[in-house]
Design a protein around this ligand. Structure first.
Ligand SMILES: C[S@@+](CC[C@H](N)C(=O)[O-])C[C@H]1O[C@@H](n2cnc3c(N)ncnc32)[C@H](O)[C@@H]1O
Ligand code: SF4
Length: 399
């Protein structure tokens, strides 16, 4: 806790994302910024650089912002020594006022969680754990290049509960070649039986640079057709809703009150600060991203400097920054906020931008309302269930 600061009531809220770019093994589908087999000395240097970056930003933003969400993501944060995670959280607490009820999440991969590690997380203040289950079908897990089996996931999940985690997310994926709708339903049912507070369910995206992409180019990867993919998606929404989950974002559902507060910041266009390799920030109307070369990031951590430009703060960790124009803010708002199933609150739009959404986009709204893809309910503009499937096409006309 620091002294001589603006009273918390005058401060704005901030989400802090910290990126850990290490994995045991790269999965066949994943193009997230993460590397396998990075030696421990390099990992240690990376954490020193992270601490340096947190210190720099806390000096600059600590007086104006308080932190109410921290998300340590990756990569596989649970792969590194738990003391590293503890150090990161302590650094955020030292530099910022962190709300007493702040949501502090850590992403993890089954097979990397231990009792000691989980208990250390809890002591450090981690109160939300995300576990990448992906599927409960062992053949599929192998095909995806995962390092875990369903049994490994179940034992790690149970361990996390036994250690005291009361807010657990599980990540699932569908639309994987060889995954029938029956296999997908079976996974959903097995997961729901465990009663996690939150479930993310992602449609497989074929990304360049991945093993799946090479297989696709060689002709040995058969993409799931759109109809099956959409059928799997709507089946999941139906099953989750009928099991007491609130479907609150295109790919996310939770028990009431357990929406991910950190991710909601992205989907509500609130301020967040990204720390670490390739991390993105949106703060004071400026978007920025960090360098994505690991050696360069660590080097900067050793010889860092800080510049205050007319556009805001840029540290040498930053490789790109851009102050949004009002039009860009409106486009970004539409793209991000429409991901929430509740859509856009028309009053919030008016308060933010000083103009009615209907005044700007009346004819587009009318066109897609007539087609049944969007609707206005209780002063909110949102996608219909059918509209979610065509959301990219609709949003392209709004931006
Ligand atoms: C950043 S990853 C980190 C989670 C953790 N390392 C793990 O794999 O268990 C977050 C989630 O994104 C999803 N994901 C990654 N690549 C994807 C892809 N190509 N298509 C769809 N979902 C993907 C997976 O469900 C994954 O759990
Ligand atoms: S899905 Fe998770 S474990 Fe697999 S490569 Fe991506 S970040 Fe690493």
């Amino acid at each position: 806790m620091k002294i001589n600061k603006t009273a918390e009531s005058e401060k704005k809220s901030l989400g802090v994302y910290i990126h850990i770019p290490f994995c045991i093994k790269k999965c066949n589908y994943c193009d997230f910024l993460s590397f396998e087999k990075i030696p421990e000395e390099v990992q240690n240097s990376y954490f020193l650089a992270l601490l340096r970056e947190i210190n720099i930003y806390s000096e600059y933003y600590g007086n104006n912002y308080y932190v109410d969400t921290v998300f340590i993501g990756g990569g596989t944060p649970s792969l590194v020594k738990e003391s590293h995670v503890n150090d990161l959280i302590s650094a955020v607490r030292n530099g910022f006022d962190v709300s007493e009820n702040a949501e502090i999440s850590v992403e993890s991969n089954p097979n990397t969680l231990t009792e000691i590690g989980l208990k250390t997380y809890l002591k450090s203040g981690v109160n939300r754990l995300s576990i990448g289950a992906q599927s409960c079908d062992d053949k599929l897990l192998l095909y995806m290049g995962r390092i875990h089996s369903t049994g490994d996931f179940l034992s790690n999940y149970t361990l996390a509960r036994d250690c005291g985690f009361q807010n657990i997310n599980t990540d699932l994926m569908f639309g994987i070649p060889g995954q029938t709708t029956g296999i997908w339903i079976d996974t959903l049912e097995k997961i729901i039986q465990l009663k996690p507070e939150h479930i993310s369910f992602y449609s497989l995206q074929l990304e360049e640079g991945t093993r799946f992409f090479s297989m696709y180019e060689e002709g040995s990867f058969k993409e799931t057709d759109d109809e099956t993919d959409r059928n799997m998606y709507h089946t999941a929404v139906e099953i989750l809703k009928s099991s007491g989950y609130v479907h609150y974002e295109i790919s996310n559902a939770s028990k009431d009150g357990y929406q991910c507060k950190h991710n909601l910041k992205y989907w509500s266009m609130k301020d967040y600060l990204g720390i670490g390799l390739g991390a993105h920030s949106f703060i004071d109307g400026t978007r920025s991203s960090n360098v994505s070369n690991l050696e360069q990031y660590i080097r900067i951590g050793i010889n860092n400097s800080i510049d205050k430009t007319s556009k805001g703060l840029s540290s040498t960790f930053t490789c790109w920054q851009h102050k949004n124009t009002k039009d860009e803010n409106i486009s970004d708002y539409l793209i991000t906020v429409m991901r929430k199933t509740q859509g856009i609150e028309l009053e919030d739009f008016r308060n933010r931008f000083g103009i009615e959404l209907k005044q700007l986009y009346g004819s587009v709204i009318q066109k897609y309302r007539n087609l049944g893809l969007i609707e206005i309910v209780e002063n909110r503009l949102r996608f219909t269930e059918e509209g979610i499937d065509l959301s990219n096409m609709v949003l392209a006309e709004f931006v």
